[in-house]
Design a protein around this ligand. Structure first.
Ligand code: ACO
Length: 413
């Protein structure tokens, strides 16, 4: 059955479908959330002929965003989000139709990369997305000490400033800071100003007993040089204050991050600091002497990347090692990518050209997405997810894609 995917012109129906999938009721705040979160022409829907009358059978949306790549370029990407299929329409191919539509539209719009945060691990690999950045969630005790002798001079010049997310100008300051540091932290996703304003929308029914999100800026010579977001949760145990401060992504250079980390483990009346989004090579683990210098530590997938246009995407980033490999790319959902490519990297620059030469490797396009931000993919050959026809060819490709430092996890979107 051919399933038609069209722009949704009915914001309330779109929202109500999303809220059914994500178990909520539509409120005035959700309408504002949708307005800030998704441009009107980036909301798409399916209405199956025998589907629900009052709701869509499926919805998805795209946030126009930017992402930094190895080498420092910051490029436009399609941020796939709000994917949901009505419970009565599940497992009838609605998602397949929506993903096919998304990839074709993104390609037609000249955007080479799509990215997302997945709700479940099993959904997006088949559509060509690979796990391109991992994230740690790390618990730290009150007053954890951080050792970084070669940053101390720089940290001494940094002060911190606590503000509330909804204070005037905060969203703009956050975006400016993120953009300024994105190039040094490949994998950073930079949202539009609306995206940051969206984060300050915290209606009472969502907050319940939580405090509003606060932002701490790191400042040097009167300028912002970094920030992080936090929310404190109040708790008393045996007459002692033992609250938890939940901290989001750190933005800024290493010295700003150190100043911010020291600040968030030293908040009055808190017992534990939960860092929710720390990259695999984040300096935090070095500062505390390794994983046993923390409390609980967990690892999850962060950004999933999809090369929508392989030929256009490959030269957008820089490469730390050379390679020259012929790859047979399997790509069921973006057939314009499928087939044989000569992928090269030389003196930092990449080029992707069509070729008839014999293939050195056969792999799904999701493998290239997984490696595109610099995350190590060498293990996928051992895992049997790549087929190698010329010994050593995969090592060449994986070394070229890998960066010295693992990519930055991104803020959820
Ligand atoms: C970027 C984001 O927005 S992430 C948010 C994703 N949305 C959600 O998790 C909301 C809850 N879930 C849903 O709405 C739906 O179950 C969806 C969107 C995940 C899947 O929609 P469906 O229309 O049922 O998927 P569809 O029928 O097209 O199935 C496509 C294939 O994916 C498989 N699949 C779909 N969902 C899952 C899943 N959660 N786990 C494993 N496999 C899955 C199907 O089995 C099918 O496989 P097949 O081709 O081998 O038969």
């Amino acid at each position: 059955m051919d399933i038609d995917v069209r722009p949704s012109e009915d914001a309330e129906k779109y929202l109500a479908t999303d809220q059914l999938v994500w178990f909520g009721e539509v409120t005035d705040a959700d309408i504002e959330h949708l307005r800030l979160g998704l441009p009107e022409d980036q909301r798409f829907a399916v209405d199956l002929p025998d589907g629900p009358q009052d709701l869509h059978s499926g919805v998805y949306g795209v946030r126009p965003m930017e992402m930094s790549l190895p080498g420092g370029s910051v490029v436009p990407i399609a941020g796939l989000t709000w994917v949901g299929v009505h419970p009565d329409s599940r497992r009838r191919g609605v998602l397949v139709a929506m993903m096919t539509d998304h990839l074709a539209r993104t390609h037609d719009d000249g955007i080479a990369i799509s990215a997302l945060h997945a709700s479940e691990a099993a959904i997006y690999g088949r559509y060509g997305y690979g796990i391109a950045a991992l994230t740690h969630q790390v618990d730290l005790g009150r007053g954890t000490t951080f050792t970084a002798p070669h940053l101390e001079d720089e940290v001494a010049g940094i002060t911190t400033q606590l503000v509330t997310m909804s204070d005037p100008g905060v969203a703009e300051r956050m975006r400016a800071c993120q953009l300024a540091h994105a190039g040094d932290f490949p994998g950073t996703i930079v949202g539009s100003s609306d995206f940051f304003s969206l984060m300050s929308l915290e209606p009472p029914e969502q907050l319940r007993d939580k405090e509003r999100r606060r932002i701490i800026f790191a400042r040097r010579n009167g300028e912002d040089v970094g920030f992080t977001g936090l929310r404190r949760e109040d708790k008393w145990e045996n007459a002692r204050p033992s609250g938890t401060v939940v901290v989001g992504t750190f933005t800024g250079g290493p010295a700003a991050r150190l100043a911010l980390a020291r600040r968030v483990v030293d908040l009055d009346l808190m017992g534990t600091t939960k860092l929710e989004n720390i990259g695999l090579d984040d300096p935090i683990l070095g500062w505390v002497g390794g994983p046993r210098g923390t409390g609980d530590i967990k690892t999850w997938d962060s950004t999933w990347v999809r090369l929508v246009d392989l030929g256009a995407a490959w030269p957008l980033r820089a490469y730390e090692a050379d390679c020259d490999v012929v790859v047979e790319v399997e790509d069921r959902y973006a057939p314009w990518n499928a087939g044989r490519w000569r992928l090269t990297a030389s003196a930092g620059s990449g080029s992707a050209e069509r070729t008839d030469a014999a293939a050195d490797l056969t792999l799904d396009v999701n493998v290239l997405g997984a490696g595109f931000l610099g995350h190590g993919i060498g293990g996928l050959l051992r895992a049997g997810l790549v087929s190698e026809h010329r010994p050593g060819a995969y090592a060449e490709l994986a070394r070229a894609l890998r960066t010295l430092v693992a990519p930055e996890p991104s803020i959820g979107f």
